[in-house]
Design a protein around this ligand. Structure first.
Ligand code: HSE
Length: 439
């Protein structure tokens, strides 16, 4: 049987690894796919850099459109990243009747609805396993493995760079900028690392996971997004003392009133497996009505793990074009006419517990004033920790954990507490998720 021919767009960290793994594991891949798979043409910005040594006989061009237009190419592998020209290239490939494999979460989160509609019309596949959680086959697991279930919620550590930074800060007290530079050198970080630090990369991925879990259109703008920039070493230490770990989490939950989609730093009880996912590793915990909880863990970034997911998609497409040309598995897990527009809750309507840290005057009555405000707002306090001030210091730090409440109650309480003369500076707030079956 004729080999399946690939056109590769982008020979960066992931592109180079994809070319090498396809070559190095060629025999095993052909056994799995039922066909030989080979890259016939690749594009990269700097032609002088060439193709990585050992990646075979591949025609290299500086023009990505030449790859898409090459009639020999069956599958276009988009590893350029970013919105444009990736969107234009992918739509053009689809219009030419080619299948597409991409690792581009920004592209799928923002333009996936348009891309999938075009692919559906043309009867081609757009596969994007590598877009979420690097090498972990989370998309296949949700879309196929959990297809019998109602998914109730999912929560994931889905940005390797952010998790690497938080872990190094906690374990080695390393400086934020220094760890970020290392993550960039290791090929974990996005081309624009603010996407990692500000939670945008995680929001892209959560948007995709939410659509797969609940059968809703992709709507990146509806994801509430906070990054890790405001987390201090102090908070990490206090959280540990209370038996929690701080993780940057993406949470999607289906409730009676609508769907929560949010990305923010979160306290998680340290006994949870997911609280112990460190470094560049990712994990996604899925609560499904029939399976119950299941946890998917693995490398969330990096050249080879991401190439692993890219090539799994290539093999899937190769199998499909070998057997029949129809989409065997719908792009967003649900049949296109079953995608429903369930309302997305504003962040003020979500329900969660909170960790609070504030600096207050160390004198009688202060705690009573604060707890009165909490009581007035119907907020129940789960734990309070007050550190004894050093001698000669007149201010104390108070740490509180609340029970689960609506975010608006917390916003109102914080506003009132901040206005008290005895409270100094900002009231620091981090959401807490127990991540047990009922949460
Ligand atoms: N920058 C991303 C991360 C790469 O750190 O998780 C994988 O999507």
């Amino acid at each position: 049987m004729k080999p399946v021919k690939l056109g590769l767009l982008g020979v960066g960290t992931v592109g180079a690894s994809t070319a090498l793994v396809l070559q190095n594991n060629a025999a095993e891949i052909a056994r799995r796919a039922g066909r030989k798979i080979e890259i016939v043409m690749a594009s990269r910005r700097s032609l002088a850099a060439g193709m990585p040594e050992g990646s075979g006989d591949i025609e290299l061009t500086g023009d990505p459109f030449a790859v898409v237009d090459n009639p020999e190419v069956d599958i276009v592998i988009e590893l350029i990243g970013g919105y444009e020209p990736a969107r234009e290239l992918v739509l053009r490939a689809i219009a030419r009747g080619k299948h597409v494999v991409t690792a581009n979460k920004a592209l799928i989160a923002l333009h996936g609805n348009e891309i999938f509609a075009a692919a559906q019309e043309q009867g081609v596949n757009v596969a994007f396993e590598a877009a979420v959680a690097g090498g972990i086959p989370i998309i296949k697991s949700i879309r196929e493995g959990l297809a019998a279930n109602h998914i109730e919620w999912l929560a994931g550590i889905i940005n390797g760079t952010g998790n690497f930074i938080l872990t190094e800060m906690r374990d080695r007290g390393r400086d934020f900028a220094d760890v970020l530079a290392e993550a960039q050198a290791l090929g974990y970080a996005e081309a624009d690392p603010t996407f990692d630090v500000e939670g945008i990369d995680a929001a892209h991925k959560l948007c995709i996971l939410s659509s797969l879990a609940f059968g809703i259109p992709l709507q990146f703008d509806a994801v509430y997004t906070e990054g890790i920039g405001a987390i201090s070493t102090e908070d990490v230490v206090y959280a540990n003392q209370l038996g929690y770990r701080i993780k940057h989490l993406g949470v999607a939950r289906r409730g009676n009133g609508g769907i929560e989609m949010r990305v923010h730093p979160t306290l998680i009880p340290e006994k949870r497996l997911i609280a112990n996912v460190d470094g560049v590793m990712n994990a996604v915990l899925v609560q499904a009505d029939k399976l119950g909880p299941s946890l998917y863990y693995g490398a969330g970034a990096g050249a080879d793990p991401t190439a692993s997911a890219v090539i799994a998609d290539i093999i899937d497409v190769a199998r499909t074009i070998t057997t029949d040309a129809q989409n065997r598995v719908p792009h967003l897990a649900f049949q296109p006419d079953q995608i429903v527009d369930i309302p997305i809750l504003p962040i003020t309507e979500i329900t969660t517990a909170y960790y609070l840290r504030m600096s207050v005057d160390d004198r009688p009555g202060v705690m009573a004033e604060i707890t009165r405000i909490m009581g007035d707002k119907d907020i129940s306090i789960e734990a309070i920790l007050q550190k004894e001030p050093a001698s000669g210091v007149t201010r104390a730090t108070i740490i509180m954990l609340t029970q689960r409440i609506r975010e608006q109650q917390m916003v109102d309480a914080i506003e009132e507490i901040t206005r008290l003369d005895v409270v100094h500076g900002e009231v620091h707030r981090i959401r807490v998720e127990a991540l047990d079956g009922g949460a």
